[in-house]
Design a protein around this ligand. Structure first.
Ligand SMILES: [Zn+2]
Length: 322
């Protein structure tokens, strides 16, 4: 195999769960969510908008460093049966009792993770801890956004079961990177969520329902595109990688008929809504009285964590070896 062939082969085998939504979209979603917040919150969040943007991808970076991190990003809801999304226990303890923790960690826990972090964020607002408020806000934004990606709600998350390897990165990275400049991200003010747990489960249900068209349109389009038009080579830094061609990506995007844009918009609206709801549930503390920035100690901790993050591709996740 020549060098380009080897790179192409590598591209198709890379664990695609390494960069959920792609770094580009995660950063954009956390950033835009700030603008959905009410007057009482927006000053504090705007002062930290770069922190929230830069740390939007931290949960992906620590996937291989922190045990138990990987399953927080997805839920293969289809492994539990047809209408599982309506039936799975909403309490994590009940889910462990019913399904066993091995199964949960293998097939993902994203909605339970979001619900747990909503509680943690409320608590951080209640105790007025700037470091924790920002830390949890950034991470929570990441997991909510992941729950809005259709391929994070199926066992066939990279088309590996249907000969469509690479579709994960196409949908969540390549399409938004190429085409999101024309998206309309206006969502209006963040709503208060009476039942945040139900809301995140509904988001996972919507993602699961969308997987059929995500996979089907790629399959249909592949019949139309000869191999040499379906893929092209792109320069990424100093590497040449094989990727879906721009023509294929554009036509696929057109068939999806606004799906990526709708899911991104949903994600940023939900991120704002969860931040807002946690603040309301904490009794609407006056954020203008808090330190505006993370402490020096927290900055040091973050720098250490970033230095620990692996520079190479993360190892495969149990149940997600692809
Ligand atoms: Zn992720």
């Amino acid at each position: 195999m020549n060098r380009i062939g080897a790179i192409a082969f590598l591209f198709l085998l890379l664990p695609s769960r390494s960069q959920a939504w792609g770094f580009f979209s995660h950063r954009l979603i956390n950033r835009l969510a700030v603008y959905t917040l009410p007057r009482e919150m927006i000053g504090f969040y705007k002062a930290n908008i770069d922190y929230l943007t830069d740390n939007a991808t931290r949960p992906d970076s620590r996937r291989t460093v922190v045990p138990g991190e990987a399953p927080r990003h997805f839920l293969d809801v289809d492994v539990y049966g047809d209408s599982a999304v309506y039936k799975l226990p909403r309490s994590y303890a009940d889910a462990v009792a019913q399904l066993g923790e091995d199964s949960l960690l293998r097939h993902g826990i994203v909605p339970w993770q979001v619900a747990r972090m909503k509680g943690q964020l409320t608590e951080a607002f209640r105790t007025h801890e700037t470091d924790r408020i920002l830390h949890i806000s950034a991470d929570l934004g990441h997991y909510i956004a992941d729950a809005c990606v259709p391929l994070h709600a199926t066992h066939n998350y990279n088309g590996q079961l249907t000969g469509q390897r690479g579709i994960h990165a196409l949908w969540e990275s390549r399409l938004p990177e190429l085409l999101s400049s024309s998206y309309d991200f206006f969502t209006g003010p963040a709503p208060y969520l009476d039942r945040p747990t139900d809301v995140i489960w509904a988001a996972v249900g919507r993602s699961a329902a969308a997987t059929d068209s995500v996979l089907r349109f790629e399959r249909e389009l592949t019949l139309k595109f000869p191999e040499d038009r379906k893929y092209g080579f792109e320069q990424r830094g100093n590497q040449t990688v094989r990727a879906y061609s721009r023509d294929f990506a554009r036509e696929y995007h057109q068939r999806l008929n606004g799906q990526v844009e709708r899911q991104m918009r949903l994600a940023l609206r939900l991120v704002g809504a969860f931040w807002y709801t946690a603040w309301v549930d904490a009794g609407q503390p006056d954020l203008d009285k808090l330190p505006r920035q993370v402490s020096a100690a927290e900055q040091l901790r973050l720098a250490r964590e970033a230095a620990q993050a692996p520079q190479t591709s993360p190892a495969a996740v149990p149940g997600h070896e692809d």
